[in-house]
Design a binder for this molecule. Structure first.
Ligand code: ADP
Ligand code: MG
Length: 314
């Protein structure tokens, strides 16, 4: 894929003010559409986000009837959605509904899983990701991934960040790029005097920010994050959320989270997935609703979304 395909549109929108979750009950009229849906401030947080975040933004991913199956059994079916440039798109939904599976199909990670098959079309900047001749290694360089559990290599902090660059033959300015990536992930000040020490000596939150630095060092266009804070304490989680918010100035981010508050805090758009059971008893993940975070949490169209975001999901 040519370099010109890398998204370059400028940020045209100002973020709405962030509000903190409140334990107090909503005052009548606070959230005019659906005050009854306020639970621990979720609706308030979501309502403060832009209603039309995609306006004027380039489409980075265009998914057309995507189905992923394992050994012939569909894990997720019929997904149609677009992911826009320099926004945070969240995937939410119950365990097993195919969030990780779909995320992995967005950078050809399912190629590495035996029995996995992706059908339908996933276009990335207009190019079919699965077309013959597309180099999966190059795809994964442009579309980086951060996993649920921090997975630093048993190497030094420096070598962890430099790893992908060396792998991809990006030899120029190695030191500068490592520093830049560590600054972007907010880790530089904490590790600049111990770059040669093992990454395994870092805290869990630091390790996850190191993994984010490792992903950023190879200068991706997109960062896919699969529940990046689920193994972290609240303070480390907050740092990851702040980081996601900062990174969208330069990157397109897709984040899976089981934490709806987190989706409401960080995502511009949110996709709600669920599990559908057909009349032959087969279970498969489906995309129920995809909208601006503001609309999805405060005024969803589908009753299944409403049940989930209000905590009435069985
Ligand atoms: N490597 C795999 N091999 C076989 N089945 C898998 C594999 N990974 C996930 N699945 C199945 O696919 C479905 C969706 O899983 P997953 O994408 O992990 O869901 P989520 O991330 O929403 O919890 C589940 O039924 C799960 O058991
Ligand atoms: Mg998952």
């Amino acid at each position: 894929m040519p370099d010109s395909d890398i998204a370059t549109s400028t940020q045209s929108m100002t973020d709405p003010p962030r509000t903190e979750p409140s334990d107090q009950d909503a005052q009548p009229g606070d959230v005019q559409e659906a005050p009854q849906r306020n639970q621990g401030g979720l609706a308030d947080i979501a309502a403060a986000r832009a209603e039309n975040p995609t306006e004027g933004r380039e489409v980075v991913f265009d998914l057309d009837d995507v189905m992923v199956s394992y050994n012939g059994r569909p894990a997720i079916t019929g997904v149609n959605m677009q992911v826009h440039n320099q926004l945070v798109t969240a995937f939410i939904g119950p365990s097993g509904c195919g969030k990780t599976t779909l995320l992995r199909s967005m950078n050809r990670m399912n190629d590495l899983i035996s029995g996995a098959k992706v059908e339908g079309t996933i276009r990335y900047h207009g190019n079919d990701l699965n077309a013959s001749g597309v180099d999966a290694v190059e795809v994964r360089r442009r579309i980086g991934m951060v996993f649920q559990r921090p997975n630093p290599f048993p190497k030094s902090i420096f070598d962890n960040v430099a790893y992908g660059m060396r792998l991809h033959g990006m030899k120029d300015g190695l030191n500068d790029r490592v520093e830049k990536a560590l600054r972007q992930s907010g880790l530089w000040e904490e590790v600049k005097d111990r770059l040669k020490q093992s990454a395994l000596g870092l805290s869990g939150g630091q390790q996850q920010r190191l993994c984010i630095a490792r992903a950023l060092a190879i200068e991706p266009d997109v960062v896919l994050m699969d529940e990046p804070a689920s193994a972290l304490d609240p303070i480390a989680t907050q740092r990851i959320e702040d980081l996601v918010d900062e990174l969208k100035t330069d990157y397109t981010i897709v984040i899976v989270t089981h934490n709806m508050q987190q989706a409401a805090r960080v995502a511009d758009k949110t996709a709600f997935f669920s599990v559908d059971i057909d009349n032959t008893g087969n279970r498969s993940g489906i995309l129920v609703e995809f909208d601006s975070t503001s609309t999805l949490f405060t005024n969803p169209t589908d009753p299944r979304t409403e049940a989930y975001v209000t905590g009435r999901f069985g």
